[in-house]
Design a protein around this ligand. Structure first.
Ligand SMILES: Cc1ncc(COP(=O)(O)O)c(C=O)c1O
Length: 399
């Protein structure tokens, strides 16, 4: 559907959204009328460089030809069945992901929060069934983000934020440790602990990668204590950080992983993959979802999987960004990048200025610009992004 099909102007369309949609997001002030590859196009056909990638979703670019073809072909065959009959795209996809991630079993979901919800429920059920009802506690980390459903929002280690506040009593069974601090995890593990859950790179927390030492130490600690290591790779997975799953770049294998964003090329699909042992907690009736494993979403995901190739631009991009004035630090992993601005430079203002310069990025907290662009960006596009971002930061900084 395009704007021209509605008979509305862009201003009228925006007014309609403001009137009828429950707005919980700060909108970028343009109508995305269509998108292709590494660009979004507005109501006038003007191009915007996509360096937020639909928040890490558009890893193979918008409306990737292979994904579009797979979706079109699948919608003409079978669009929905529920998980009663077997379907071909799901059968092809389960094997691909399990083999690539080193996991034994997988269960599909529709969103990142749901994939985390499934992972948390699996660990709690395993603890309950094997050790009794108290052994369901999960240690997560301050500044983490795991989603906005009941367990996932409580797992999110931001107790004073709008994510937690105002919803009354949240589920019990979560404790928050300090990220990249093994001693703080050690101090929290007790007889009721069943798992530790973390992002390999804290995205919403400010693009903070786990250190090698922390990741490996945590795996060893979980083994020593006989508890599970649960990885939230909703944002970091599917080649964003240079390997299929980010944990592979650390040489660490968790007991379960939640994945979502990039896996559908824009179609909503998510999953939780686990070892045979942990997955055994999910017996019939323990978990389910109407749309999960939908054939169209699975067909899109197979196309994304087959299309993806390793990218090598992350290091170059980060090095170029680090040369910009007004920047304190650039950190990240692969093409999961955070630019920490000098004190007093407001990231939201920079983001808004970038939109006017037709560069799309997101802002975190008061002074961090996050970029999770399509993995298909070229060196020239990375260079152009640095030029525009640098210009916009200077405008906001006034120097
Ligand atoms: C690490 C992480 N976990 C979970 C989620 C929640 O995913 P969703 O918004 O698809 O529910 C996100 C979303 O940004 C995320 O970055």
């Amino acid at each position: 559907m395009r704007l021209r099909d509605t008979g509305l102007t862009a201003a009228e369309l925006k007014a309609k959204v403001k009137k009828y949609h429950i707005e919980t997001y700060e909108r970028m002030d343009f109508v995305c009328d269509y998108a292709k590859g590494n660009y979004l196009y507005d109501q006038n056909g003007d191009a915007y460089m996509d360096f937020y990638g639909g928040v890490a979703v558009n890893s193979v670019g918008s409306c990737n030809d292979a994904v579009v073809k797979a979706v079109q072909e699948q919608t003409a065959q079978v669009m929905h069945t529920f998980n009663y009959p077997y379907t071909v795209p799901q059968a092809v996809l389960v094997e691909k992901i399990c083999k690539a991630s080193g996991m034994d079993k997988i269960i599909f979901q529709n969103s990142g929060a749901e994939a985390n919800e499934a992972m948390i429920k699996m660990a709690r059920k395993y603890g309950n069934d094997n050790f009794g009802p108290n052994k369901v506690e999960i240690i997560t980390f301050y500044s983490s983000f795991h989603g906005r459903t009941g367990f996932a929002m409580t797992a999110t280690g931001q107790p004073d934020s709008a994510i937690h506040k105002g919803f009354g009593q949240l589920p019990t069974g979560f404790k928050y440790a300090e990220y990249n601090n093994l001693d703080s995890v050690k101090a929290m593990i007790d007889d009721n602990t069943i798992a530790v859950m973390l992002e390999p790179v804290q995205g919403e927390g400010g693009v903070i990668p786990a250190t090698d030492e922390f990741m490996k130490g945590l795996r060893a600690l979980c083994d020593e204590k006989g508890i599970f290591m649960l990885m939230d790779e909703i944002q970091a997975g599917w080649n964003r950080c240079g390997t299929f799953m980010c944990y592979q770049s650390y040489g660490v294998q968790p007991d379960a992983v939640a994945m979502a964003k990039a896996m559908g090329g824009g179609m909503p699909i998510a999953a939780c993959a686990a070892t045979e042992k942990l997955a055994s907690a999910f017996n019939p009736g323990a978990h389910g979802s109407t749309y999960a494993g939908n054939p169209v979403a699975c067909a899109a995901s197979v196309a994304v999987f087959d299309y993806m190739e390793e990218h090598k631009l992350g290091e170059y991009f980060m090095a170029e960004l680090a040369k910009m004035p007004n920047v304190k630090l650039v950190r990240g992993r692969g093409l999961f990048v955070g630019v920490i601005l000098e004190d007093g430079i407001n990231a939201v203002e920079v983001k808004r200025t970038c939109v006017k310069d037709h560069l799309l990025v997101t802002a975190i907290g008061s002074n961090i610009i996050r970029m999770v662009p399509p993995l298909t960006i070229s060196k020239e596009e990375a260079d152009e992004c640095v030029r525009r971002l640098s210009r916009c930061i200077s405008v906001v900084a006034g120097k």
